[in-house]
Ligand binder design. Structure first.
Ligand SMILES: C[S@@+](CC[C@H](N)C(=O)[O-])C[C@H]1O[C@@H](n2cnc3c(N)ncnc32)[C@H](O)[C@@H]1O
Length: 349
């Protein structure tokens, strides 16, 4: 090899990809650890580097760099010698805030751990038990939806006359039950029922109790059990069966004539995938569920229909699709900017 010959392609792009990736991981770890060390609870009040260092039992120089990094990413502000939360960290990272997103952030570590031993993850598919996975994920989703998605969804549905006239609502695969709790708050005479796996409903009951709500629960598996009938509104959000024709048929049978079916759901769009989409799709295939069979793309399952197929199917069943709304929220649980839709359909025959 002649050492005077340079390679014919620069290493700059490769190096910047590596640096971006490694810095991203470092930042995530720093943020997660700051949450675990309760730094954002301490920074509710003005705190100097030395005071924080004493509280945490960590060397002042290290604490100095942590604080300066938090300032750089907009999660702390500095005034003289003192540091304090910004509005962003006060609302979303302080553990006593109603809108805290700390579980959303710390729970991402679990999936990251699958990347730590990537070669072994790639060679053996891990099977997750639905009963073990869902009770944990609904905690994260309860926190996640409170950043705006729940409020917007509930206000939107509440504007429909069919909802205003409803006496009963079924929240199919309702998980934490926060949507039902909110529907019941906005319309106290509405009887709301959350249908979900029995193990998940143990968590749902805690949310219902916390909010002193009258929402009721119905245990069951929507693939194999019926979920009752005579409902005026059926609401379903990110239900793994929400693109499945058999579940749509069951919804049709359970709904009163003139009733509303609201399905908030991820419908992947055809076309170019972003780098984030490809990474998510790869990760989705690291694991499978015991009960629900995953399909190739993230948040998709066996027998799922596309948005167009699903809407046609609803019309064939006897629904009129009244509206389809896009949701472009930043949604942690569902990747970055997900392709979510709210379908509002009415049973007309
Ligand atoms: C992604 S979470 C959505 C939770 C909530 N609706 C929301 O939007 O935040 C999916 C929900 O579907 C429930 N689920 C999954 N498989 C189910 C099944 N076979 N029968 C009933 N519920 C199921 C899970 O327990 C979980 O609560």
């Amino acid at each position: 090899m002649n050492l005077f010959d340079s390679p014919d392609v620069s290493a700059e792009k490769l190096q910047s990809t590596v640096e971006g990736a490694v810095n991203g991981l470092k930042l995530y770890k720093l943020l997660k650890t700051s949450i675990e060390l309760e730094i954002f609870d301490i920074l509710t009040k003005k705190t100097t580097c030395r005071q924080l260092s004493e509280k945490l039992g960590i060397e002042p120089l290290l604490v100095h760099y942590i604080l300066e990094i938090l300032v750089k990413i907009g999660l702390a502000k500095k005034n003289g010698e003192a540091y304090r939360n910004t509005r962003l960290s006060e609302i979303y990272l302080n553990s006593s805030s109603d809108y805290k997103r700390t579980d959303c952030i710390t729970s991402l570590e679990e999936d990251l751990s699958l990347w730590n031993n990537l070669a072994s993850t790639l060679k053996g598919k891990i099977v997750k038990k639905d009963e073990a996975f869902f009770p944990r994920i609904v905690q994260v989703m309860a926190e996640d939806c409170l950043s705006g998605e729940l409020q917007e969804t509930v206000k939107l549905i509440a504007s429909y006359n069919e909802f205003k006239g409803s006496k009963t609502l079924l929240d199919l695969a309702g998980g934490h039950g926060m949507y039902s709790i909110a529907f019941n708050q906005i319309k106290p005479d509405l009887k709301c029922y959350v249908f979900d796996l029995p193990a998940v409903l143990e968590e749902t009951s805690k949310f219902i109790e916390n909010y002193e709500s009258n929402v009721k629960t119905i245990p069951g598996n929507f693939y194999t059990d019926d979920f009752g009938d005579g409902y005026d509104t059926i609401f379903s959000s990110y239900n793994p069966g929400g693109k499945n024709p058999k579940i749509a048929e069951k919804v049709y049978r359970s709904l009163n004539l003139g009733g509303l079916f609201v399905n908030k759901q991820y419908f992947p769009e055809k076309g170019k995938s972003s780098l984030g989409d490809l990474l998510d799709n790869l990760e989705w295939n690291f694991t499978n569920f015991g009960k629900s069979n995953k399909a190739a793309k993230r948040f998709t399952f066996k027998d799922d229909m596309s948005l167009g197929e699903y809407m046609n199917f609803l019309e064939e069943l006897g629904f009129v699709v009244m509206d389809v709304y896009p949701i472009n929220h930043l949604n942690i649980t569902f990747g970055t900017r997900s392709e979510d839709k709210i379908i509002v359909a009415k049973k007309v025959r």
